[in-house]
Design a protein around this ligand. Sequence first.
Ligand code: LLP
Length: 426
Amino acid sequence: MHHFHYRNGILHAEDVDLARLVADTGTPAYVYSSATLERHMRVFRAAFAPLPVDIFYAMKANGNLSVLRTVARLGGGVDVVSEGEIRKALAAGVPAERIVFSGVGKSDGELHYAVSRNIQQINVETPGELYRLSAIAGALRRSVNTVLRINPAIGAGAHAKITTGDESNKFGISHADALRLYGEGTRLPGILMRGFAVHIGSQIFDLDQPEEAFGRLVELVRAARAAGYNVTHLDLGGGLGVHYDAREAGSEDEGRVKTYAAMVRRVTHGLDVHLGFEPGRVIIANAGILLARVVALNVRAERTFVVLDAGMNDLVRPAMYDAHHDIWPLQQHSDAARQPYDVVGPICESSDSFAVQRLLPPLEIGAFVAFMSAGAYGASMSSTYNQRLLVPEILVDGPRYAVIRPRQTYEELIGLDRLAPWLTEG
Ligand code: LLP
């Protein structure tokens, strides 16, 4: 269940009237619901109870400091994939012992930073990374909890671009090499081999592939133990899908989390390992929306384009993955008068399209709309393409709201660049 609903004909986020909010903050703007975020964290944890699982929220989905602080206050950790994410997680107050570091291309500098800050666990993805990590940890006289991320040759997910577990994907150590490398790891200075990790894709609905992939990991744990190695941790990644049909989002998503947890319990039954997860989308997608305003209508004989002030630089998912986001008008309308619109942004390329022939109530210039389920991979993937300003993010909590990232200013945008000295002469 999410906390965006109509009250007196106006879309609200929790108790905040979004028509009032946009008068204050302008558009485009992301709005997040604390209650929804908190609920998703609780639902995820409760689904595994009484198993004490670790939730490492995948902050690539949404790395705003206030979102991270909310997650941390609920006892969550984070999954990070860069030094920037580590720094941001620490700045938000996530303790180092609740941070796991994933990623296929960690640089020496990033590994050095992670080890020096005592990050809880490093998920190693290539043999070379294991040796580099050992050298770095050895030089710092530290010992690092290490797990091997396995490529199980089982991919899953809603789109080829977000599948990660397939043999053709760049991620992870091949299953066939895993045991040998694990053994080598146990003999390397600075390395404490703890277990295995897997993440096979994103926006997963069919649980058959995760079940098979987790089964492979369980086999690996048994094989490693049979070879005399200690295995204490399994990191089962993220990937669980959500409903992008915002009316349906909620109870069914909760049901899916429970089914997923039951599957995990079945597959790992009796294994005696500590389980960790890296959910991103399922925690934050339905906790956020992107508000936009109609700036132009291009009415042509065969179709009408409704042009918004939000573009693909603000929300790239439709352009990049053909993703569907529900579009709700801020002002509630009856469904009866709906008509087809092509909903587009102002960016100068045709991929800047959010929806084709989408049935929406009559929209006029100045009307506001909300892209639903935009909390994950929305703001975090935004850019300044076309020299457009990064849009604000706003966090709602009951009747109150706060700007948790102000709209970028043109001074800040221009200030990012420098003139080469020879261009300033004469
Ligand atoms: N762990 C690892 C190692 C990952 O690579 C990812 C996502 C996650 C966890 C979190 O997955 P989630 O629970 O959010 O599915 N930008 C795309 C999604 C890319 C996902 C990348 N990896 C989108 O907008 O659909």
